[in-house]
Design a protein around this ligand. Structure first.
Ligand SMILES: Cc1cc2nc3c(=O)[nH]c(=O)nc-3n(C[C@H](O)[C@H](O)[C@H](O)COP(=O)(O)OP(=O)(O)OC[C@H]3O[C@@H](n4cnc5c(N)ncnc54)[C@H](O)[C@@H]3O)c2cc1C
Length: 449
C-alpha cells in the first residue's frame, strides 16, 4: 500500500543528475509531518526531496496489510478525537471518512493488588469522592491551559510534575490511585513516575474536559486506515520521495544544507527535520544542534510502551480490562472475529516488560485479565527498539515541558523542525504531526524568500 510505486512522482532523477541538483528543500523523514510539509512546500512551488529511512512511508502510522490472517491492522496511530482539527481537515480534503466512535464502556474488569474484579467500579462506593476530587483537580488545572500557545510561556511549572506526584497531591486512596495510574499509564505509553502530569492535562484541555477526554480516547478512526491518507497527501505533493534512505548527517554552510545518507549526499537550500525526538540524537548535525534539542533527545521522552493485537479464542466481544497486568495496563476487544478468534488490543507502559512479538509473553500478559485465554495469533511492533522511532507516541517527562518546550520547534539556521512532538494542540498525535508539517512549511518558505 505504502510502497515506492504508490507515490506519483513527476520524474525520477538519475544518480548523475542528483549529484548536481540543488533542491530548494530536503525533508528528512516521511511520517505525516514530513508528508504534510512536502505537500505544503510543493504548493508554494518549491522543489522538494523527501528522504525516508524505511521501505515505506507513514512512520508511526502503519496500516499493515495481512497483520493477522487477511486483516489489515493499525500497528501505530489509529484513534482521533473530535476536536483534532488537522486530521479532520485532511480526511475531508481527500474524501476519506472517519468512522463513528464506538461507545466505549468503562472498563468492567479491574486488576489491582486485590486480584481480578468484575464490576463497573473498581472501588467501594464510599470512595467515589476520591474520583470526584481527581476529576475536579484535573479539570481545574486544564482550565489554566491555552493550548494554542507554548506551555512554557504560561506559568504552569507547578503542574509539570510526575503523574505519581500529581495523584499523591490530590490525596487518593491506594485503590483509586492504582486504577487511575494504570488507566493513564496505558494512555501515555509510559510508567506513571515518568509521565508529566502537565502533558496529560494539556490533552484534557484540548479534548474539552475529563469526560470528553475519556469518552473519546478510542473514538473515531479512518475507515480505510491511515495508509491511504498519507499516500494521498504525498500523491498531491508530487515530491521526489526516496525510500530506504537513512540520513546520517546534516551539515549547514553559508549556501545551504548537505544531507548525508548511507550511500551519498544531497544538497538543498534548506531542510525540514521531521524525525521522532528520540531519534534526533543519532543524527550528526554541523553546526551541532542547540543545547535544548540535544538535551531533550538525550534525556529521551517518556513514551517507551507497547501496543499489541491478538486474536483470542472464546473471548467476549465487549471486554474491557484495566490494571497492573503482566506487561499490559489495558486490554479491550474489538467487534471483529478473525479465523475464530476475537480481536483484542493491549497497551502497556514499558517495552522491557513485554515483548510484543513473543506469542507466549503476550498470552501471559492477556491471561492477567482473562485467565483462560488462548491466544491464536498476535501482531505487534516493537516501536521502542525500532531505530527509526525509539518511542511510541510523544509524551514528555516531568519538567521537560517547562525546560525544553520553547526549544522543540525553533528553527536552527536553515533547518526547521517538525514532528508530532512539536505540535501545540495535540502533541504526540497524528493530528499534531500534520499541524507541525504546516508550521515547518511556513517557516521554510519564509527562509527561502
Ligand atoms: C503504538 C502506537 C499507537 C499510537 N496511537 C495513536 C492514536 O491512536 N492516535 C494518534 O493520533 N496517534 C497515535 N500514535 C502516534 C502517532 O502515530 C504519531 O504521533 C505520528 O504518526 C508521528 O508522526 P511524525 O511524522 O511526527 O513521526 P513519524 O511517523 O515517526 O515519522 C518520522 C519518519 O522519519 C523516519 N526516519 C527515522 N530516522 C530516519 C533517518 N535517520 N533518516 C531518514 N528517515 C528517518 C521514520 O522512518 C519515519 O517514517 C500512536 C503511535 C504508536 C507507535
Amino acid at each position: 500500500m505504502t510502497s515506492d510505486q504508490m507515490i506519483e512522482r513527476p520524474r525520477l532523477s538519475s544518480s548523475a543528475e542528483i549529484e548536481g541538483q540543488i533542491y530548494d528543500v530536503i525533508i528528512v523523514g516521511c511520517g505525516f509531518a514530513g508528508a504534510t510539509a512536502a505537500r505544503e512546500l510543493r504548493r508554494e512551488g518549491w522543489n522538494v526531496l523527501v528522504l525516508e529511512a524505511r521501505d515505506r512511508v507513514g512512520g508511526r502510522a502503519w496500516f499493515k496489510q495481512n497483520a493477522i490472517g487477511n486483516e489489515p491492522l493499525e500497528m501505530g496511530g489509529k484513534w482521533f478525537y473530535p476536536t483534532e482539527r488537522f486530521i479532520w481537515a485532511e480526511a475531508d480534503r481527500y474524501g476519506h471518512s472517519l468512522v463513528e466512535p464506538i461507545i466505549v464502556d468503562w472498563p468492567s474488569t479491574w486488576l489491582t493488588s486485590d486480584g481480578l474484579k468484575q464490576s463497573s467500579l473498581p472501588i467501594p462506593l464510599s470512595e467515589l469522592p476520591d474520583i470526584e476530587r481527581l476529576i475536579v483537580a484535573i479539570n481545574q488545572a486544564a482550565r489554566r491551559i491555552d493550548v494554542s500557545r507554548p506551555l512554557s510561556e504560561q506559568a504552569l511549572a507547578d503542574l509539570d510534575i510526575s503523574l505519581t506526584d500529581f495523584l499523591e497531591n490530590v490525596g487518593l486512596t491506594v485503590k483509586t490511585r492504582t486504577i487511575a495510574e494504570a488507566y493513564l499509564q496505558a494512555y501515555a505509553s509510559a510508567p506513571a513516575v515518568n509521565i508529566s502530569a502537565l502533558h496529560l492535562i494539556r490533552r484534557v484541555a484540548a479534548a474539552g474536559s475529563v469526560s470528553e477526554f475519556v469518552m473519546s480516547s478510542a473514538g473515531y478512526r479512518l475507515s480505510s486506515g491511515t495508509a491511504p491518507l498519507v499516500d494521498a497527501i504525498l500523491a498531491d505533493a508530487k515530491a521526489d520521495v526516496r525510500l530506504s534512505h537513512r540520513v546520517r548527517a546534516i551539515r549547514q554552510d553559508v549556501d545551504g544544507v548537505t544531507v548525508e545518507w548511507e550511500s551519498g549526499t544531497f544538497r538543498g537550500r534548506a531542510a525540514v527535520i521531521a524525525l521522532p525526538l528520540n531519534v534526533l540524537k543519532h543524527i550528526e548535525f554541523e553546526p551541532p544542534l542547540s543545547e535544548g534539542k540535544r538535551r531533550l533527545s538525550t534525556e529521551e521522552l517518556a513514551c517507551i510502551g507497547t501496543k499489541v493485537w491478538a486474536t483470542v479464542k472464546g473471548a467476549p466481544t465487549n471486554f474491557f480490562g484495566c490494571g497492573n497486568g503482566a506487561g499490559l495496563d489495558w486490554l479491550s476487544s474489538e467487534d471483529i472475529i478473525i479465523d475464530g478468534g476475537v480481536l483484542m488490543a493491549g497497551y502497556g507502559s514499558d517495552a522491557e516488560a513485554l515483548d510484543v512479538t513473543n506469542h507466549a509473553a503476550v498470552q501471559r500478559a492477556i491471561r492477567s485479565f482473562l485467565p483462560d485465554a488462548e491466544v491464536l495469533a498476535i501482531a505487534g511492533h516493537d516501536w521502542r527498539h525500532d531505530p527509526f522511532s525509539l518511542e511510541t507516541w510523544a509524551v514528555f517527562r516531568p519538567g521537560q515541558i517547562t525546560r525544553h518546550d520553547k526549544h522543540v520547534r525553533t528553527t536552527e539556521g536553515l533547518l526547521s523542525f517538525a514532528g508530532a512532538h512539536t505540535a501545540l494542540h495535540w502533541p504526540g498525535f497524528i493530528d499534531g504531526a500534520i499541524e507541525s508539517g504546516f508550521r515547518s512549511a511556513r517557516e521554510v518558505s519564509a527562509l527561502l524568500r
